[in-house]
Design a binder for this molecule. Structure first.
Ligand code: ADP
Ligand code: GLC
Length: 485
């Protein structure tokens, strides 16, 4: 197996900086790729947390004026991850969320901030770091979307480029004038380059100019080729369908392992699932829910945004209450949804528990203690929480979209497919379909043998990166081979 060198470019990487699933993927994939002969290093911005956690950092280059202020490129590591860090204080030394101010508004210079990241990615692609000259530059989401563009317009021998879409809803759109300050030629601002409805879109640029495009599930790869799922880029993706593929996400089965998880109250494996009851009791306490083994406890761990369909779940609360179920929701995001969930919890003490915020430890406890995990998304490129749920014996109840369709086998499908059922899927994504499925799950929960079968099939499902990382390795090798010929 010829070794392949890949530079991954990502704006967040678990366990250093995380706002969602992109970080989990960017953090786990490099480790899984080692077994496939892929040497991956990851380039990320030098946010304060990154600078604090970086180990063995050495300076590779420094510039007195990098996009308007002093900058340095560092190499170092964290927890087995080999990192390049772009330390440019005037762009990245800001507290809190990487993309928005404390008031929740996008940083006004996001265009510059992430152009700077992509510029250095392209330079590493051209050999800036002689000890690591990549065969492939792999850009994740819009924040890295200009990396294939710089490599394209630099007009020099270059590595292969891959653009991965984790979410079509975030496209990195900016005013056309930005082109004057990011070092790309003005003529890149055309329909075959960066231009998008008169402005610039970083994601569009990456999709237009990368050699290969991937997204994080086969079903989402189909959905985004439609006008609706493509969110304005469906036509482009249809045109580039021959280089587009869907590779399903895996999860880090060491970080998410109920047998060793330090964040849960009682550890357990497939043979001692009864310990889940003890985790359920702790979860009920933490969410101020009535302590009851009999009431099915539904869990949610999510960003609160339109994508996730949690407004539909609010409308299903009467069904949850009427049918004797409980709800524990951990989430943050949309102010209106936060307020509405808090109001519902106040009105239904003991039955509905809500924690607004971001809490990695509580997320693990919800997986270990809830009976079912609900993901009612309107669209979902892959989704990771349902994969964690499978590994923890929480039965997923999901909408039939994107990666949710690809990763869960519906209870009704078990007779027709050779795969065993692992959960419940509903379609269309409406309150009626959701409530109907919640009722079905409630009935199934009351049948202990049925529920146990669902849990055991979930626990037996391979959700690791092992095979899926192999698909990336094949993609990189094919690309390198294609560019040689
Ligand atoms: P997305 O990336 O669209 O938010 P995913 O399901 O792919 O959705 O990934 C979400 C990740 O973020 C998971 O690791 C999940 O556990 C985590 N997460 C989401 N919301 C919270 C929260 N409020 N607290 C802790 N972890 C959260
Ligand atoms: C995005 C998607 C989610 C996916 C994650 C990691 O944030 O919304 O579905 O699992 O990226 O690929």
């Amino acid at each position: 197996m010829t070794p392949v060198r890949v530079l991954a470019v990502a704006s967040e990487v678990y366990p250093i900086v995380k706002t969602g699933g992109l970080a989990d993927v960017a953090g786990a994939l490099p480790l899984a790729l080692k077994a496939h002969g892929v040497e991956m290093r990851t380039l990320m911005p030098g946010y304060p947390d990154v600078m604090r956690m970086l180990r063995g950092a050495g300076e590779i280059r420094c510039w007195p004026d990098y996009f308007g202020g002093p900058g340095r490129l560092l190499a170092g590591s964290h927890d087995g991850l080999d990192l390049f860090v772009l330390d440019v204080p005037h762009l990245y030394a800001r507290p809190g969320n990487p993309y928005v101010t404390a008031e929740g508004v996008d940083w006004p210079d996001n265009g510059l901030r992430f152009a700077a990241l992509s510029r250095i990615a392209a330079d590493i692609g051209h050999g800036l770091v002689p000890a690591f000259v990549p065969d492939v530059v792999h850009a994740h989401d819009w924040q890295a979307g200009l990396a294939p563009a710089y490599l394209h317009y630099d007009n020099r021998p270059r590595p292969g480029t891959v653009m991965t879409i984790h979410n079509m809803a975030y496209q990195g759109k900016f005013a056309p004038e930005l082109i004057g300050s990011i070092g790309l030629p003005w003529d890149s601002l055309n329909v075959h380059g960066l231009e998008y409805f008169g402005g610039i879109s970083f994601l569009k640029a990456g999709l237009q100019l990368a050699d290969r495009i991937t997204t994080v599930s086969p079903t989402y790869a189909q959905e985004i080729q439609s006008d609706e799922g493509g969110m304005g880029l469906g036509g482009l993706l249809r045109e580039r369908a021959d280089v587009l593929s869907g590779i399903l996400n895996g999860i880090d089965i060491d970080v998410w392992n109920p047998q060793t998880d330090p964040h849960i109250a009682y550890r357990f494996g497939a043979e001692d699932l009864t310990f889940r009851a003890a985790n359920k009791a702790v979860l009920q306490q933490q969410f101020n829910l009535d302590s009851s083994d009999e009431a099915p406890l539904l869990g949610v761990i999510s960003r609160l945004s339109w994508q996730k369909g949690l407004d539909l779940l609010l409308e299903a609360i009467p069904t949850i209450l009427g049918d004797g179920m409980q709800l524990a929701l951990l989430g943050s995001g949309d102010r209106d949804l936060q307020d509405r969930y808090q109001a519902v919890a106040r009105a239904n003490p003991g039955r509905i528990g809500v924690v607004i915020g971001y809490d990695e430890i509580l997320a693990h406890l919800i997986q270990a203690g809830s009976d079912a995990l609900i993901v009612p998304s309107r669209f979902e490129p892959c989704g990771l929480t349902q994969l964690y749920a499978l590994r923890y014996g929480a039965v997923p109840i999901v909408s039939r979209v994107g990666g949710l369709e690809d990763t869960i086998v519906d209870i009704g499908e078990s007779n027709t497919s050779d795969r065993d059922a692992t959960g419940f899927k509903f379609a269309p994504v409406t309150v009626e379909a959701l409530t109907g499925t919640l009722r079905k799950a409630n009935t199934a929960f009351r049948n202990k043998a049925t529920w146990r079968r669902l849990q055991l099939s979930g626990l037996a499902t391979d959700v690791s990166w092992r095979n899926r990382a192999g698909d990336y390795a094949v993609l990189y090798r094919d690309l390198v081979a294609a560019r040689r010929t």
